[in-house]
Design a protein around this ligand. Structure first.
Ligand code: HOZ
Length: 428
């Protein structure tokens, strides 16, 4: 067992002043039990907690740390920016450079607006879709998570699924009635919503690789089918690439799968570890955003100098590193194969879906294609596996309904050490 004295002391203080002692629910470890390690520092692929335990990290701050923690170039960019002022609430050169960089890297983006989180990005993109189409219904997928704006907290993934509250109280019946859910990888369920709501679906929003119910890749034809259905009905297609953007390929899932959405949302990697989100797409759509058009959206800290410095430094490094996605793919494949062998050798039913450097392990007897499959996986086995891995120094997301992330700072030795730990953990 890891030493947890100082983490426990901090948790005791934290619960007195913060709900559950945390600022984001999954961190409280309620799904797996036990005390969350409070993190003191991180470097490369490793985290160190306040009790001195060291871990190989597969959370990567839930996605942003593609280059590993405390990447020297990113740290230096932030330091330099801080010396010249933390926030101006006025246009800066660096936000233009970051917007240019994002537009140049993501195939479908012609114009982009920087915000402060993925939630802000998705909320704003849906407002724009409703305004542009004059329609009200948003179609999302069970187990997908698009942040915590009202329209999305119906059958949502991530923490909402982890805590068994996929439809949050506090969302009014009016808002809920404007949201429809379909099943991921099931075009018939999408068509059924369109048939029942002719010319009234404003948009379909989808995580092109679902990363908030574990990791569920799109089956061949699914994203293409969404494109066809939305196009023929006049609805917009929104790819929520908060997780997949700059992760599954330089141009995100839209590049990897060759499907072009109307709007895209980003977060995580574009902030290099600082709070940034973005939404963008076709210029004619983005010109409906204030001050060019009537759709209002604003933010005091949007385009913040520190966040744009971190994001620009990170994206520049990614853009210039020709081999980065091949290396991430190879590390991902090595981990996937090692985990699959560990399951097979132990005679334990399970599956390890992966797209590039994004993956998870379901203790499931059947393939996981959508939320109903993910929800049926063995939660108790996951809980035991999670704790055995943590004790072995492997830091995984504390929920079966989250994806794991590999960074460019992970080495083959890290992956092999993780597989060795998993062999023991799976055997129990
Ligand atoms: N909803 C995030 C993962 N999908 C968790 C964020 C956090 O706890 O930091």
């Amino acid at each position: 067992m890891n030493k947890i004295d100082r983490s426990l002391t901090l948790l005791t203080r934290a619960v007195k002043v913060m709900p559950g002692g945390v600022n984001s629910p999954v961190r409280a470890y309620r799904a797996v039990g036990g005390t969350p390690p409070f993190i003191e520092s991180a470097n490369g692929a490793r985290l160190t907690d306040v009790d001195g335990n060291e871990y190989i990290d597969y959370v990567g701050s839930w996605g942003p740390m593609l280059l590993g923690h405390a990447c020297p170039a990113v740290v230096e960019a932030v330091r330099e920016a801080a010396l010249t002022g933390m926030s101006f609430g006025a246009p800066t050169e660096r936000e233009v450079e970051l917007a240019e960089k994002i537009v140049s890297m993501v195939p479908s983006l012609e114009s982009v607006r920087l915000v402060n989180s993925g939630t802000e990005a998705t909320m704003s993109a849906v407002r724009l879709a409703r305004a542009a189409t004059g329609r009200r219904i948003v179609l999302k997928f069970e187990g997908c998570y698009h942040g915590h704006a009202y329209s999305f907290l119906i059958k949502a993934g991530s923490g909402a699924a982890t805590f068994g509250e996929p439809s949050s109280p506090g969302v009014t019946p009016g808002t809920a009635s404007d949201t429809r859910n379909a099943a991921f990888n099931d075009l018939e369920s999408v068509e059924a919503v369109f048939s029942a709501n002719p010319r009234n679906v404003a948009c379909v929003i989808v995580e092109p690789v679902a990363g908030n119910m574990g990791c569920v890749p799109p089956e061949p034809g699914f994203l293409e089918g969404l494109r066809e259905i939305t196009e023929s009905d006049g609805a917009l297609l929104i790819f929520d690439e908060v997780m997949t953007g700059f992760r599954v390929a330089k141009g995100g899932a839209q590049e990897r799968y060759g499907v072009t959405p109307d709007l895209t949302t980003h977060g995580k990697i574009i902030g290099g570890g600082l709070p940034v989100g973005a939404y963008g797409g076709r210029k004619d759509l983005m010109e409906q955003i204030s001050p060019v058009g009537p759709v209002y959206q604003a933010g005091t800290l949007s385009g913040n100098p520190l966040a744009t410095a971190a994001g620009l430094s990170m994206l520049t490094r990614i853009d210039e590193d020709e081999g980065i996605y091949d290396r991430l793919e190879a590390l991902g494949a090595r981990l996937q194969a090692g985990l699959e062998d560990a399951l097979a050798d132990a005679g334990v039913e399970g599956t390890v879906p992966r797209v590039g450097s994004m993956l998870c392990l379901y203790f499931s007897e059947r393939p996981v294609r959508r939320w109903s499959d993910a929800a049926a996986a063995d939660a108790e086995k996951f809980r035991r596996y999670f704790h055995a891995m943590l004790d072995a120094g492997i830091y995984l997301a504390p929920s079966a309904f989250e994806a794991g992330f590999i960074s460019a700072a992970h080495t083959e030795d890290d992956i092999d050490a993780t597989i060795a730990a998993a062999r023991e953990a799976i055997r129990g």
